[in-house]
Design a binder for this molecule. Structure first.
Ligand code: GN1
Ligand code: MG
Length: 371
């Protein structure tokens, strides 16, 4: 077991460590909050172990983060100096190790990093209401603007196959062949219901990939994981101020971000709800989010981009449900779980949300047209 206080001591931080405790509820990396104090001030930092079972090249993740934060910090400073913004947009900074590297490697070969915490701001696990949803949209739109002119060649693919829905289907098909998966399917009616849900929607999986191949959509830089608790809201003004969790920022379809943010924001019951009747796609929250997003990103989206917005809203809950269900059948090897069957339940929630979106298709399409 790594001694965390010894580990964080290898980073270049001033003051005395007064607290170090688990933080947040990410499904992938291990995250801790560290509080340092000296006579006059306090600093709060985030210590994280990059999950090497998920990210095949953790050092590349750090090189990417270096490049992304460098690019965005420069742009943020230029915009702020020119008085272009109505608020202070923020982004975490990497705290260097004492040997000047961006990370520390522990005895088991794991990569640890320290980044600054965005102060006087919070991220919520579920949407708090339309004002909050609008600010989440603005924060994502502004983030897309910030990364829009990055050179995609400066980024190493953090997670090959990430958000390629057809690739998740292929991997699910492989998982289905295992005895373990067959056993789970034969013993659980709910698991069989999930499998049927997937079979009925196979053709959905490649709708955006096909549009990309036809040249109707093109890749831009995207965040990859813009769920509601990765969007920081300023405590004082209530406005969006930063996007966090930058591990998956890479070239991709902004649609994946758009659909993923709506998947998370428009389901106030959250990803762990047991009672499916509470899982409903909230159209008021969706409209508020879209208004905020379009205000910041509307200028660089094409007509074709907008054509595929509905498909992305339906696709992302399907994709995440498929990923959760696949992980359940594979023995919970990817997403962290606390109780048995948690990934099965997470899949149930996402598929229910997908059904709720399908039932509201006409109304959601109408709302999107009006943007
Ligand atoms: C994972 O890191 P975290 O917990 O925010 C996952 C996302 C999922 C999300 C669902 C790299 O995100 O794709 O949408 O769980 N990240 C990765 O909660 O797989
Ligand atoms: Mg993440």
């Amino acid at each position: 077991m790594t001694d965390l206080s010894v580990l964080i001591g290898k980073f270049n931080v001033k003051g005395r460590l007064v607290a170090l405790q688990p933080f947040g509820c990410g499904n992938i990396n291990d995250t801790y909050l560290a509080i340092y104090r000296n006579t006059f001030t306090e600093s709060q930092l985030i210590l994280q172990r990059v999950n090497k079972n998920v990210f095949p090249k953790p050092k590349a993740i750090m090189a990417n983060m270096h490049e992304i934060t460098r690019h965005c910090h420069e742009k943020l400073e230029a915009d702020s100096a020119a008085g272009r913004d109505d608020r202070v947009w923020q982004m975490p900074r990497i705290v260097k190790a004492k040997d000047s590297r961006d990370y520390v490697v522990d005895d088991s070969g794991d990569i640890w990093r320290v980044i600054t915490r965005i102060m006087s701001a919070h991220a919520f696990d579920v949407a708090q209401g339309p004002e909050h949803a609008l600010e989440c949209g603005a924060a994502l739109g502004h983030f897309h603007y910030l990364i829009s002119d990055m050179d995609p060649r400066s980024i190493t693919d953090p997670l090959p196959g990430f958000h390629v829905t057809s690739a998740y289907l292929n991997s699910y098909d492989e998982t289905l062949q295992s005895d373990y998966a067959k056993e789970l399917l034969s013993s659980s009616m709910e698991a069989r219901r999930m499998a049927k849900f997937i079979e009925e929607r196979r053709s959905l999986a490649s709708c955006l990939e096909n549009a990309l191949q036809r040249g109707e959509l093109k890749k831009r830089m995207f965040h990859g994981d813009p769920k509601v608790n990765n969007i920081m809201i300023d405590d004082v003004t209530g406005k969006g101020t930063a996007m966090i969790d930058l591990d998956t920022v890479s070239p991709g379809l902004v649609h994946m971000d758009f659909g993923d943010a709506l998947r998370s924001i428009c389901n106030p019951a959250g990803e762990e709800e047991i009672s499916l009747s509470k899982v409903v796609f909230d159209e008021d929250l969706a409209m508020a989010f879209c208004k905020g997003y379009m205000r910041e990103a509307g200028s660089f989206l094409t007509e074709a981009d907008r054509e595929y917005f509905f498909d992305s809203i339906r696709l992302l809950p399907f994709e995440l449900g498929l990923r959760f269900f696949n992980d359940y059948l594979a023995g919970d090897v990817y997403f962290k779980t606390k109780v048995p069957g948690q990934n099965l339940n997470r899949a149930r929630v996402q598929f229910r949300l997908c059904e709720s979106i399908e039932a509201r298709e006409r109304s959601i399409r109408g709302m999107l047209k009006g943007l």
